[in-house]
Write a protein that binds this ligand. Sequence first.
Ligand code: PMP
Length: 436
Amino acid sequence: MHQDLDAYWMPFTANRQFKKSPRLLARAEGMYFWTPEGRQVLDGVAGLWCVNAGHARPRIVEAIRQQAGELDYAPPFQMGHPKAFELAERLVELTPPELSKVFYTNSGSESVETALKMAIAYHRVRGEGQRTRLIGRERGYHGVNFGGISVGGMVANRKMFGTLLAGVDHIRHTHDLQRNAFSRGQPEHGAEFADDLERLIALHDASTIAAVIVEPVAGSTGVLIPPQGYLQRLREICDQHGILLIFDEVITGFGRLGSPFAATHFGVTPDLMTVAKGITNGCVPMGAVFVKRQIHDAFMNGPEHLIEFFHGYTYSAHPLACAAALGTLDTYQDEALLTRGRGELAQYFADAVHSLKGLPHVIDVRNIGLVGGIELASIAGAPGKRAFSIFLDCWERGVLIRTTGDTIALSPPLIIEKSHIDQIVGTLADALKRVE
Ligand code: PMP
């Protein structure tokens, strides 16, 4: 083992394996990373679904540099700084109009915890304190904190950690290979999966349910795209029963689908929406929760001298994060990046990923905007192993992809050009032909 790698206990990483043959990144610019030895690696996953404008963008770099010298930190409780307010105004120009209030966090996981707490507290301030149950979905990923893994639906993230939050149920996921394999965009079949929510309402009574949380497109659990009509159906059921709908847009936010948010893309507006990642182009940790005005206003109806929502973080609205986010929004705007993942480029990307159909082991290809999923047949007793071998092969050949179980995920920076798409998909195709 490399001795100097010993002390760092890495997250979501097979540490022992990694430290025998580490993969290190030393520099990044535009569509590329470079290793410490100077080897160039094309970024097929925007870092970790976050570097939407590409790496080391000048306006963002400069904004952070300037901010560090001007105001390095400001306490966020009972104090403010101008960029926090400016950013909030800029952000709500991008969201569906009803989502007009912003609460800052530092990550996707914190955004989820914040949204869940807001939902429960909202019902309580309105005198419906019995509405405490939360509903998530199988194969959902909502970060790693206790609330998030409770509503999340990934067994590996849950099974080690005890009893989790009480009063949580899950609706079924929508992945249906039998009916929807090799779909482009939204699959045709499966809107009725939303009716699972009716079943839980019948079981618990709507008056006990605070909120439902889903990812409009699930990324970390294998690129699961909502069937046509599914999100609309969830919205209708929530409306009928006074249940809040939360969209976790940590991955889909900021242009991934070719619209600013999945909510705008699919024309379904949630009551709360969580974001992170692309809000600062991944440069400085930041997340946020967007809420409808009436949810915010319900909290504002108490006595004026009281704190309305007893929640927040030392680093909420951190000046460096706010500056990075403003530089990021400028970059998105100047280069029209938030709508780049639609039209001709998205079509080219779709055709490229679907060209992998028919290669060894490929049992499904799915795509929307600039996200693609290629699902491989599992090796019995070793789920995910084949996909991980492909990840290693691509890395050796200069392309960074991601795997989640047996699905390969592609989510490149939105500045991608057709030649990069060719390189990513070509490298992947070669790896698929070589793998056992
Ligand atoms: N929600 C979703 C949908 C995510 O994809 C992620 C991260 N991939 C998170 C929450 C957690 O975000 P973070 O890692 O920033 O806590």
